[in-house]
Design a protein around this ligand. Structure first.
Ligand SMILES: [Zn+2]
Length: 492
């Protein structure tokens, strides 16, 4: 029974449900089924059912009402709104029929055609991290400003780590939306503007906290690119402000701070990081990847590395953060602390289902390399600085690189390949996600027979042995012998 369920899950898609949350509880608003396995969620409130009403998968719903803004003078401010809307991704097996939340059921719709403008696509959305930018308060004459603001923020993000090192695993998109007014509303000043996503300063009475109409933002993403994992709304306003939460981030675009605010707020919505500054009160709401209820932290692998230890106050007074003040999740900065950087790398890999994207010939194929060059090649994705690729024959390393040719090696048996990210940014048990193996290929080959030459051969005869066909071992040996012969000829 178990393997049947696993097989069904393996070929599954992902359900993206849109949920309203307020004091009365949860309400289903929309649902769409997307290809691929987009995210992994904890057990929880949303249930996916088959036609018989059997629960197949579940997912929890984070609280979308929580919003916070980091401040330039240090610290930040937070608020819990009266209501919020959020999207939740749930595995959607092939035999799934409906989803249920409380007593309400919904049959999901198919995904829309992509309506977003691609700024950078490095692969299909189902195996890349997709970041989408919306703009609010850009009027009809300011659409070029929006495009330039997005480029400015993207250039910054792709220049900081770990995003720089994993640029090739990111897709970046833009949705152009015209607001009737330029700039956004300022509730604290009673200034109301007519904009596409109804974004406003003074959210929950906090001057710099910028919230939008969640339904308008999520609706635009669901219509353009529901596979988006990170949503950033740029606010066309010179006043410092923004917000991060579980669903989307907002950031103003003024001066240098705007980029750092955007990076910090994306740390929430893209990576799931918590604020490392304090909200001034306690909580017992579980732990964040960078906030621990344990006074020693839950990042043992990093303690003692540079500034990493455990420092009190991390979102909540009774939680602990990894560094005193070395992280953009605590104060405006270009850098994550090592714990947050690790989480960002893991969150990128979480969206990459396989490191080995293609193998030729397919693994499981028998490769007879006795007579001709027979390279086995793999395509891999991962760190832009390069992945370690090691070819193994029954536990012994026999080659490196994206291609291995058994021809002339004299190797016989089960060949496999191991791909791993050599990054130093991930430690502990999580390193598993940085490694993947493929194979076997049953290879047959013979050593290049050089003994027949008896040292009397000519260069021409050596070439007919075909040992220079590109296999690392055979090729190098061939060239060595050719060099020796050429050298001997020159002397004679
Ligand atoms: Zn941090």
């Amino acid at each position: 029974m178990l393997w049947i369920l696993l097989a069904a899950l393996a070929s599954a898609g992902t359900l993206r449900a849109t949920v309203d949350v307020n004091a009365d509880g949860y309400k289903l608003v929309d649902a769409v089924v997307l290809p691929g396995d987009l995210r992994h969620h904890k057990e929880g409130a949303i249930e996916v059912l088959d036609v018989d009403g059997t629960v197949l998968t579940t997912a929890s719903i984070p609280d979308p009402r929580l919003r916070s803004i980091i401040l330039p003078e240090g610290g930040g401010q937070t608020a819990v709104l009266e209501r919020g809307r959020i999207t939740v991704e749930v595995p959607w097996p092939n035999d799934a029929a409906t989803l249920r939340l409380n007593q309400m059921s919904l049959v999901p719709r198919p995904p829309p055609e992509d309506g977003a403008i691609a700024l950078q696509t490095t692969g299909p959305s189902q195996d890349r991290l997709d970041l989408i930018f919306l703009g609010d308060g850009y009027n009809v004459d300011q659409q070029q400003d929006f495009a330039e603001d997005v480029d400015w923020i993207v250039a910054y993000l792709l220049g900081i780590e770990p995003y720089n090192a994993y640029t090739s695993l990111l897709n970046i998109w833009r949705v152009d939306t015209i607001s009737n007014d330029s700039g956004v509303s300022h509730d604290e000043d009673g200034l109301s503007r007519d904009t596409a996503y109804d974004c406003y300063y003074g959210c929950a009475g906090i001057e710099r906290l910028v919230c939008c109409d969640d339904g308008l933002v999520i609706g635009a993403v669901n219509a353009a690119l529901p596979a988006a994992e990170g949503v950033m709304v740029l606010i066309n306003d010179p006043e410092y402000g923004g917000a991060g939460g579980f669903n989307y981030a907002t950031s103003y675009v003024g001066e240098a701070d705007g980029r750092q605010v955007a990076a910090h707020e994306l740390g929430h919505s893209l990576v799931g990081l918590w604020d490392e500054y304090g909200y001034g009160y306690e909580s017992t709401q579980g732990e964040g990847p960078n906030c621990s209820a344990d006074a020693n932290g839950h990042w043992d692998d990093w303690v003692g590395t540079g500034p990493v230890d455990a420092f009190q106050e991390c979102s909540y007074v009774n939680y602990y953060r990894p560094t005193e003040n070395e992280c953009m999740m605590r104060s405006l900065s270009d850098d994550y602390c090592p714990v947050c950087r690790q989480e960002a790398v893991l969150s990128i890999y979480e969206r990459v289902p396989t490191l080995i994207t293609a193998a030729s010939p397919a693994s499981g194929t028998a490769v007879d390399a006795t007579d001709v060059a027979s390279p086995i090649e793999v395509e891999v994705i991962g760190a832009d600085s390069g992945m370690d690729i090691v070819w193994m024959l029954e536990g012994e390393e026999v080659g490196t690189g994206a291609s291995f040719d058994p021809h002339c090696t004299g190797l016989n048996g089960a060949l496999s390949v191991r791909v791993s990210d050599p990054t130093q940014w991930v430690r502990g048990p999580d390193v598993d996600v940085l490694e993947q193996s493929a194979g076997d290929w049953e290879i047959t080959s013979v050593p290049c027979d050089l003994t027949d030459t008896g040292g009397e051969s000519t260069v021409g005869e050596l070439l007919s042995c075909a040992c220079d066909s590109g296999s690392p071992a055979g090729g190098a040996l061939g060239w060595l012998l050719i060099s020796v012969l050429v050298f001997r000829r020159r002397r004679s």
